[in-house]
Ligand binder design. Structure first.
Ligand SMILES: NC(=O)c1ccc[n+]([C@@H]2O[C@H](COP(=O)([O-])OP(=O)(O)OC[C@H]3O[C@@H](n4cnc5c(N)ncnc54)[C@H](O)[C@@H]3O)[C@@H](O)[C@H]2O)c1
Length: 284
């Protein structure tokens, strides 16, 4: 599959599990797909040494414009989106790998504003969210009444902050949070991305009405389980349309990203390279 409007220059921000995989794909498969690695930035540049060719290492994120990227992929931390999302959009379209950042209304506003000002798209990686297009379609048709996303894994797989970090566990399976996704994202910024993607896929419900549930489960040492439950309004028969999916994704012990999600991210990069750079937020 060759992408159109070649070549596309792609910058990668973050060189952890996802970043390393994307950089490797871009270096090995990019040329035949018309994609060129423009730069790699990581908070700790030492991590790139010996792995990323020196000319491709970017030392100062503020200087990314010099590398003339068409697309910048963020796979680091939501803080990067808060701090640098609008700046990135001045120079390129942005693929957000940490959409929990958009639970902050100021950040969402900044990104939308910069997107329209500079004519660049904000793409959001669907990541571990199964059925995102179906959710969006149902939502657009006015058929979505409720949406609930449950993410369960071993406690070692969580990076929790504030009150959630201090939450006591009551047994082998503990519900750490259940409520609006907006309230979860600040305290579980790296474990709420799937729920944030769901909130963006269903704008009629959004961050305030999509329900997120975070479960610490000792029986899932090497697995991320994401369940999506949705329903439509009551029909004339007194019953409503309902869907329930369960995604079991093998993951390395303690990792925030499961194996299948790494593949999904590469597909998102390819997907948004084929889309026009239309202002606004688009799931990819
Ligand atoms: N959308 C989804 O469904 C989904 C799924 C998995 C992961 N993610 C998100 O993608 C991002 C990357 O995931 P990963 O598995 O590669 O993580 P990782 O921990 O393996 O790597 C993260 C990288 O970002 C850097 N980093 C961490 N905090 C930072 C900060 N505050 N500022 C700048 N750099 C920072 C780290 O040094 C590391 O190089 C995370 O935010 C993760 O939550 C999203």
């Amino acid at each position: 599959m060759a992408v159109d409007r070649v070549p596309r220059r792609v910058g990668v921000v973050g060189y952890g599990r996802l970043g390393q995989s994307l950089v490797s794909h871009l270096l090995t498969q990019g040329p035949e797909l018309g994609l060129e690695l423009a730069f790699v930035w990581n908070r700790d540049p030492g991590r790139m040494a010996g792995n990323v060719p020196l000319p491709l290492q970017l030392q100062d994120l503020n200087a990314l414009g010099e590398r003339r990227p068409d697309l910048v992929v963020e796979v680091a931390h939501p803080q990067i989106i808060h701090d640098s999302g609008a700046h990135i959009l001045r120079h390129a379209s942005l693929l957000v790998g940490s959409p929990s950042a958009l639970a902050d209304p100021a950040t969402e506003h900044q990104l939308r504003e910069a997107s329209h000002r500079w004519g660049h798209a904000v793409f959001v990686a669907r990541g571990a969210l199964w059925g995102s297009e179906d959710i969006t379609r149902l939502d657009a048709a006015g058929g979505l009444q409720s949406l609930r996303v449950t993410m369960a894994t071993h406690p070692d797989g969580f990076r929790l902050e504030g009150p959630l970090a201090a939450a006591s566990r009551t047994g082998p399976r503990t519900v750490l949070y259940e409520g609006p996704v907006r309230g979860l994202c600040p305290w579980a910024p790296r474990n709420s991305n799937t729920m944030a993607a769901a909130a963006l896929a269903a704008p009629s419900l959004g961050f305030d009405h999509v329900v997120g549930v975070l479960v610490a489960d000792d029986s899932l040492p090497d697995m991320h389980v994401v369940e999506v439950e949705l329903s439509g309004p009551l029909g004339p028969s007194g019953r409503s349309f309902a869907v329930r999916t369960r995604r079991e994704n093998p993951a390395e012990r303690g990792a925030v990203t499961g194996s299948a999600t790494v593949t999904a991210f590469w597909r998102s990069v390819l997907g948004c390279c084929q889309l026009p750079s239309k202002p606004g937020i688009h799931l990819c």
